[in-house]
Write a protein that binds this ligand. Structure first.
Ligand code: ATP
Length: 208
């Protein structure tokens, strides 16, 4: 299957992520999307309150919500791969990519989603030369913003995905929940229903 990898911390998964999945369904012909949750850095103060399992549960809720909200989208298989959560040592995209090539039946070249803010530093990534020979980058660029096309290191295969990004980030959502300041209307505008219900039911992102 033609496959694309979309990594992130997804802490929590929000409407911006679902909208990006929708955009990938619209603008590409990949048949499978692998969501690749990253391990959270240990310095974050709320880390004890949200376990990896809960973060994964939230991702699954988000995928269900995506299928309901964007029921008209071209069908893509969406799976979650936990290789970065279970890896003991430091995790690099190159390792996940080679791992995924071994464990999945991939047609053609694996796609990897990256934000355009990362483009200029791609050459510093672990085993960059090998990595670029293995993948196509799908660079997410925001409408009306100067993108990184001029900064793209040579020899990189990439496709530009233009999104009209929603003003939402996981960190803002965590702040709202942590401060207990998030009025429910505001949270509804940032999170899908299943994800918000799970967060409220389990009282996540609260002060411990
Ligand atoms: P945080 O606020 O904790 O840094 P985040 O909201 O940026 O988190 P991540 O899980 O780090 O979420 O995001 C992974 C990727 O998802 C990003 O690199 C970006 O490509 C994409 N993304 C995140 N938020 C949006 C958004 N609002 N619109 C479009 N794409 C987004």
């Amino acid at each position: 299957m033609k496959t694309i990898v979309f990594g992130g911390t997804f802490n929590p998964i929000h409407l911006g992520h679902l909208y990006l999945i929708h955009t990938l369904a619209e603008q590409t012909d990949y048949q499978r999307l692998i969501l690749l949750p990253a391990r959270e850095p240990v310095h974050k103060s709320y880390r004890e309150q949200v376990t990896q399992e809960q973060r994964l549960d939230l991702i699954y809720c988000g995928i269900e919500d995506y299928h309901r909200y964007y029921a008209q989208d071209r069908k893509m298989d969406i799976v979650v791969d936990t290789c970065e959560l279970t890896r003991d040592a430091a995790s690099y995209t190159y390792m996940s990519v080679t791992d995924i090539y071994q464990r999945y039946d991939i047609d053609g070249t694996l796609g990897v989603v990256v934000g355009d803010d990362l483009v200029k530093d791609l050459h510093t990534w672990y085993r960059f030369e090998k990595l670029i020979s293995l993948v196509n980058f799908l660079v997410i660029t925001r409408e009306n913003e100067i993108d990184g096309r001029d900064e793209l290191p040579e020899g990189i295969d990439c496709q530009w995905i233009v999104v009209d990004p929603l003003k939402v980030s996981s960190s803002h959502i965590r702040e709202l929940l942590y401060a207990s300041a998030g009025d429910i209307q505001e949270l509804h505008a940032l999170l899908s229903d299943g994800v918000l219900d799970y967060i409220l039911d389990h009282e996540l992102y609260k002060e411990g």
